[in-house]
Write a protein that binds this ligand. Structure first.
Ligand code: FAD
Length: 480
């Protein structure tokens, strides 16, 4: 009888353990993807993710058809859809790769129990992480709350299992099963079509992911450690959306990075490679945190922050979202996000700090905006990172360490290349004032065609005053 292969965040053929096991089991394989917004609730994919998902599914469908068994697309509650497809096809096994979002683990557990009760084989695999969240723990068997021991523990495990090759052919079931049309799912924006910048930036799908990795390993890894904080350069891999949708596996990345390092420097873990793989492990660490703290996306891990006197500031929030705060590095980041669905990590930290500390707006507002606008929006990474910046997470930057957006800009975008690209109305300002246009001389402003308050906003808050206000707010929760 056929095996139902339930695709989820593993939209690839390469190194896909559930798929490989389904092929090994013998018999036909029925690939299925379910758009299950109901079960995901508030955490159903946001706008930018839906755009990505459409193209990723298109790519996966092509690859599966070529391999011999077309992808079935269905909308609805996963449990119902799986039941229906089993009825239609006579499948006697369902295989999938695990997800770690609390709503998904709860749902998947329920589905597995129900299938087993009906004597249908149900098996899940690890297709998304180097190691399962329960495999990297302290000597006492408890979850690790600090990154460096976590990273040491991953390295101590040695190389993760070698990646599995993509199956060349899949046996299709004798009778075809109905699929919905991807276009009917309306995952793409229409009016207005805001996805032009996304189309120009990305190639969703397995081939696009492999190409990014190859280019990154060829060109950028040796300088990664030195340049990964410079947003004006293409020094990082930009693999995050591909990793999120599982178009490439972290195991594939791990082994490819070490091979390339060995070939380059006779050392499988040279500086650039170690730095890059440790970032891959920040992803693992976030998944670990989410798995062990299912309320991570909603509740501050340091519980006292639940009493923090956040401000309600709709105008400030809108200015931040639109990239009109008057702080060039923050605005550049927010506009890069709007245009491409991605933002450089350093600038994510600066922009997030500005929202949380300069505007005193709840980190969940920022988390929600990123959720809707990032193509790599990821429940674990997004929640863990927002809590990290807010100072309320595990191994977080302390709240009192408040980024100065001018100094951050000057340090990491010294020549203003990044600001000039994303805030073109400031492009002609000299380097010395590009991160603080309000200090430019009238001559400099007029020569650059800048009129503050008109062509570009004045700062919506004074950073020094905002910093003081944030520290005072922090004092109020310390006293409780
Ligand atoms: P690279 O530097 O090439 O790193 C390789 C991979 O490692 C990334 O693709 C990513 O999967 C992982 N990684 C790198 N840095 C981190 C990190 N700090 N935390 C966790 N994983 C990391 N990343 C997301 O994937 N999804 C999110 O929703 C997300 N939200 C964030 C929100 C905030 C406020 C901040 C500060 C960071 C957030 N990050 C998120 C983490 C990080 O900014 C991105 O993963 C990174 O910028 C992606 O670019 P890259 O692929 O070029 O990274």
């Amino acid at each position: 009888a056929p095996t139902l292969l339930w695709f989820r965040r593993d939209l690839r053929l390469d190194d896909n353990p559930a798929l490989a096991a389904a092929v090994t089991r013998g018999g036909p394989v029925i690939p299925l993807f379910v758009l299950d917004d109901d079960d995901a609730g508030d955490w159903r994919p946001g706008g930018a993710s839906r755009w990505w998902l459409h193209h990723a599914l298109e790519d996966l469908a092509k690859a599966l058809s070529k391999a011999g068994s077309p992808l079935i697309l269905r909308r609805g509650k996963a449990a119902d859809v799986i039941d229906a497809v089993i009825q239609e096809t006579g499948a006697d096994a369902v295989y999938w790769n695990r997800r770690y979002e609390p709503w998904a683990t709860e749902r998947d557990g329920r589905i597995k129990t129900a299938l087993k009760k009906r004597d249908i084989e149900a098996q899940s695999f690890n297709g998304s992480l180097l190691y399962e969240p329960w495999e990297i723990v302290s000597k006492q068997g408890t979850p690790l709350k600090v990154f460096s021991p976590f990273w040491r523990a991953v390295q101590a495990k040695g190389d993760p299992a070698a990646p599995l090759a993509a199956p060349k052919t899949l046996r299709a079931p004798a009778t075809a099963t109905g699929s919905e049309g991807l276009d009917d799912w309306s995952l793409l924006p229409t009016r207005p079509d805001w996805a032009g910048g996304l189309r120009a930036t990305w190639t969703p799908g397995e081939a696009g992911a492999a190409e990014r990795l190859e280019r990154f390993l060829d060109e950028a890894v040796p300088d990664y450690k030195a340049k990964r904080d410079i947003p004006g350069t293409a020094a990082t891999s930009a693999l995050s959306p591909h990793l999120h949708f599982g178009e490439i596996s972290p195991r594939r990345i791990w082994h490819a990075a070490r091979l390339a390092s060995e070939a380059r420097s006779n050392d499988p873990m040279d500086r650039g490679t170690a730095s890059f793989l440790s970032e891959i492990c920040w992803r693992e660490f976030s998944y670990n945190l989410l798995f062990h703290n299912p309320d991570l996306p909603e509740v501050s891990l340091k519980r006292e922050f639940e009493d923090f006197p956040w401000r309600d500031d709709p105008d400030g929030l809108t200015a931040w979202q639109r990239g009109r705060t008057g702080y060039p590095i923050v605005d550049a980041g927010m506009r890069e996000l709007w245009h491409t669905g991605w933002m450089h990590n350093r600038v994510r930290m600066i922009a997030a700090s500005f929202l949380i500390k300069d505007l005193l707006i709840h980190w969940r507002e920022g988390e929600a905006w990123f959720w809707d606008t990032l193509v790599d929006a990821d429940l674990a990474n997004n929640a863990a990172s927002w809590q990290w910046v807010a100072g309320c997470g595990a191994d977080a930057a302390p709240y009192f360490r408040i980024f100065n957006p001018v100094l951050q800009g000057e340090k990491f975008d010294g020549d203003g290349a990044y600001v000039r690209r994303w805030v073109p109305e400031l492009a002609k300002l000299p380097d010395a004032v590009i991160h603080k246009p309000w200090e430019a001389k009238p001559m400099e402003l007029s020569q650059a065609g800048v009129t503050l308050g008109k062509t570009y906003p004045r700062p919506i808050v004074d950073h020094a005053g905002a910093r003081k206000r944030a520290l005072e707010a922090l004092e109020t929760i310390k006293k409780r």
